[in-house]
Design a protein around this ligand. Structure first.
Ligand SMILES: Nc1nc2c(c(=O)[nH]1)N[C@H]1C(S)=C(S)[C@@H](COP(=O)(O)OP(=O)(O)OC[C@H]3O[C@@H](n4cnc5c(=O)[nH]c(N)nc54)[C@H](O)[C@@H]3O)O[C@H]1N2
Ligand SMILES: Nc1nc2c(c(=O)[nH]1)N[C@H]1C(S)=C(S)[C@@H](COP(=O)(O)OP(=O)(O)OC[C@H]3O[C@@H](n4cnc5c(=O)[nH]c(N)nc54)[C@H](O)[C@@H]3O)O[C@H]1N2
Ligand SMILES: [Mo]
Length: 718
């Protein structure tokens, strides 16, 4: 830095976790910070005219817009959508649960239902908490089976690790094996020991047959964890019908390969099945997610080094002396129009348009988005855009005027990333190593901090005047935490006021972070363990604090009512007949469409960074040469792709990396909407994959959208 100017961005070679590895999007932080299209002041819309206004004026408009709707129609009339970058923001992550409470609306949606909701559901059912997510212990595993992920490019997800490519190479270098299940020969597949193409949407069949083989051949050996498992015989019965021979034609993977993978998984000194978006954004996403963790349990790899382990981040609650929980429930409420069950407190975002369009009591009339671009990121974006346009009022907390926020009446921009403090609150809980690191802001903010903006909107949504001191929101969050810690005995015998006073002198979000660090598994417990961790420790260790490799946490961390890992939850058992039925009704043999991610791109919002527009970062339809010649497509020609919900045209890229019958289009493109202000993105707009994905297709247990295996027709454009 030179004052407030960024000179250069590079990785920190002394960082305890990244050792200096940085992804191209990380170096783009300079361009993001400087981007003239990034909003610095609140924006107010009158018709199609936008004007930059003061914060007071913008907040008054938020109140004027939301208040009458809440007064007349109640809180459910205001929908809330939390997008992906909320989990990259310390303020938003720390406050998200109080924010959702403050809104008090049943219409709560997030990017989770187009991403990892199946994992939340299976972890809830099996371990008792939707956030107890085991990650592959990639630094110690000897066998990694990757299902529906391309971490060489995406750098992984639900498994935080800088330099996935280096860590994958290390598995092979130490004599381990990496196998990739993917309809496309991705970069990760190319660098693996083996790539096995699979027909899109059929991973559950494959994994069920793998689990069945492990049982049938007597290879199941849960080892030390056996006493913590419940329902192993029931689980065996659930996978029983799925013989390798029966699933082979459905998956496109021959029976002998399925058996071999099962034997390899069982024989490896340690093994992990890593399932991600390709495996979750499909009709059987929850069954797929369940099968991966069932395989971990029956091969003795659950909670074992090199298997799938539960991160123990510094800000998490310390495990109690024995498992204690009430378990996890699905469907505590249902959506109004299509009667979809809630999962993890949310409704499926695929039904948001239904809730906006359908008249009647409980209709959604206003929308607040925080860090979300659902028009590009959720199924049938064209329909959702029309629905959003019809709303009475919309507020977006977002730094860009984009495909979604152009419909807002008010846009409230958060400060630049460089003006914010950071601790990876969401991602350390998913990290392949226990790490804590904190970074203070580098530059002065252009406006209020993100916590303040979010809190102000939440206060209005909760019916309070916009002039209320926003600090009441984080203060409420903190006092809940303090009282809970005192009641649970973590801070036995302490006075809440004394604890609060000990946190004085910091901003409200840092206070919460400090409290969580001090009462977490490595914390100083406010002096009880003087060597323990606090935010001060992190401030003194600017390259981070390494808390070591993952450690076994069974059974104390379990939150199931039984205190055991539930291997055959009734909700899973009830969904298996649907998978069985699909075994018999052979899918059509037409083309299906899947998605992909690109290294120099991040979901829908980083195409405005010119330094990232080079290389393979193109919105092309990749098809296999056989399909291309059958359909009459040439490399570089234009194809029209049509699905039940819409059609788009995209340039064709012919490559045998695709398995026949499958085409791939990246998501997050389609930046040609009128009125948006992202000049670089617009110049190279591409088309949106989610103008083709179908909002009617959901995984029924989790409500996750089906974004892969979309039936399409493809034809050449003259
Ligand atoms: N077909 C298909 N669709 C997909 C996927 C797929 O694989 N295929 N992937 C899905 C997945 S995994 C995800 S996570 C979703 C993502 O879906 P979304 O979260 O809806 O979309 P993003 O593209 O991440 O957009 C993020 C928004 O946040 C804004 N933003 C960026 N930084 C900040 C910030 O610091 N604060 C605030 N307030 N706003 C910020 C950006 O301007 C942008 O408007 O997309 C999903 N959609
Ligand atoms: N560069 C970059 N990095 C990112 C992102 C980004 O947009 N760009 N997004 C971030 C986010 S929000 C997330 S959630 C993560 C996601 O990280 P990943 O899960 O690694 O995401 P993808 O790279 O989309 O990989 C999904 C893979 O699934 C395959 N696939 C599609 N359908 C099926 C199927 O039916 N079965 C199987 N077995 N495979 C299938 C696709 O071919 C693709 O290779 O990445 C994060 N990292
Ligand atoms: Mo995601």
């Amino acid at each position: 830095m030179d004052g407030d100017t960024v000179l250069r961005v590079r990785g920190d070679a002394d960082d305890v976790f990244s050792k200096g590895f940085i992804c191209p999007k990380g170096t783009a932080v300079k361009q993001l910070h400087e981007d003239p299209d990034r909003l610095r002041a609140p924006m107010l819309r009158k018709g199609s005219e936008w004007s930059a206004v003061s914060w007071d004026e913008a907040l008054a408009a938020v109140e004027a817009g939301l208040k009458p709707i809440i007064e007349q129609y109640g809180r459910d009339a205001v929908a809330l959508y939390l997008g992906n970058p909320t989990v990259h923001s310390l303020s938003a992550s720390v406050l998200s649960s109080v924010i959702v409470k403050a809104f008090g609306s049943k219409n709560f949606y997030s990017a989770a239902s187009v991403d990892q909701m199946p994992k939340h559901v299976t972890c809830g059912l099996m371990f008792g908490s939707a956030t107890l997510i085991p990650v592959p212990d990639i630094d110690r595993t000897q066998y990694l089976l990757i299902v529906g992920a391309n971490p060489w490019v995406s750098n992984g997800s639900l498994a935080t690790a800088p330099d996935w490519p280096g860590r994958l190479k290390a598995i092979r270098a130490r004599g381990g094996r990496v196998v990739v299940i993917d309809p496309r020969r991705t970069k990760t597949a190319e660098e693996a020991d083996e790539h096995i193409p699979i027909k899109p949407g059929t991973d559950a069949f494959f994994l069920f047959a793998v689990a069945r083989t492990i049982f049938e051949e007597g290879l199941a050996s849960p080892g030390d964890t056996a006493t913590n498992l419940s329902g192993i015989d029931e689980a065996r019965a659930l996978v029983e019908p799925f013989t390798p021979e029966r699933v082979a034609p459905v998956t496109g993977i021959d029976a002998e390969t399925i058996r071999r993978i099962a034997r390899e998984l069982a024989a490896a000194p340690s093994a992990a099945v890593y399932d991600r978006v390709g495996a979750h954004q499909q009709a059987f996403g929850t069954l797929t997610s369940w099968a991966t963790d069932l395989i971990a349990a029956i091969t003795g790899n659950l909670d074992r080094p090199g298997g799938k382990m539960f991160p123990y981040a510094a800000h998490l609650k310390t495990d109690p002396p024995a498992p204690a929980g009430r378990g996890f429930r699905l469907g505590r409420f249902r959506s109004r129009v299509k009667d979809y069950p809630e999962a993890f407190g949310q409704l499926p975002v695929a039904t948001l348009a239904d809730e906006i369009e359908t008249p009647g009591d409980g209709k959604v009339r206003a929308l607040v988005t925080i860090a979300g671009n659902p028009v590009l990121s959720t199924p049938n974006g064209v329909r959702l855009a029309k629905a959003i346009e019809s709303l009475d009022f919309m507020v977006a907390i977002d730094p860009f005027l984009n495909e979604t926020t152009r419909f807002a009446d008010v846009i409230l921009p958060p400060p630049s990333i460089l003006a914010r403090h950071h601790y990876d609150f969401s991602f350390y809980a998913l990290s392949v190593r226990n790490i804590a690191n904190y970074s203070p802001p580098l530059v002065a903010p252009e406006g209020p901090d993100e916590w303040e903006i979010i809190s102000r909107v939440a206060l209005v949504a909760s019916g309070q005047p916009v002039t209320t001191d926003p600090a009441v929101v984080p203060r409420m969050a903190l006092s809940l935490l303090v009282n809970e810690a005192i009641a649970s005995g973590v801070l036995a015998g302490r006075e809440a006021d004394d604890v609060m006073r000990a946190l004085d002198g910091r901003g409200p979000i840092e206070q919460i972070l400090d409290f969580r660090l001090r009462t977490g598994p490595y914390g100083d417990l406010f002096g009880q363990k003087p060597e323990g961790l606090s935010l001060t420790t992190l401030e003194q260790n600017t390259h981070g604090v390494d808390l070591g490799p993952l450690v076994p946490r069974l059974p104390n961390m379990l939150r199931t009512a039984s205190g055991k890992v539930e291997l055959a939850p009734p909700e899973i058992a009830a969904d298996v007949p649907r998978l069985r039925a699909a075994l018999d009704d052979r899918a059509s043999n037409g083309m299906v469409l899947i998605g992909r991610r690109q290294l120099r791109s991040n979901n829908s919002w980083m195409h405005n960074v010119s330094t990232l527009t080079r290389g393979s970062n193109k919105c092309t339809l990749i098809v296999n040469p056989q399909d291309a010649s059958r359909i009459g497509l040439e490399d570089g020609s234009t194809a029209r792709i049509r699905s039940r919900v819409g059609e788009v045209e995209a340039p064709v890229e012919i490559s045998d990396e695709m398995m026949p019958g499958v085409a791939s289009l990246p998501h997050g493109w389609g930046h040609s909407a009128p009125g948006m202000r992202m000049s670089v993105a617009r110049a190279n707009a591409g088309v949106s994959l989610n103008d083709l994905t179908d909002e009617e297709l959901l995984d029924p247990l989790s409500g996750n959208a089906v974004l892969n295996a979309i039936p399409v027709t493809i034809e050449p454009v003259a």
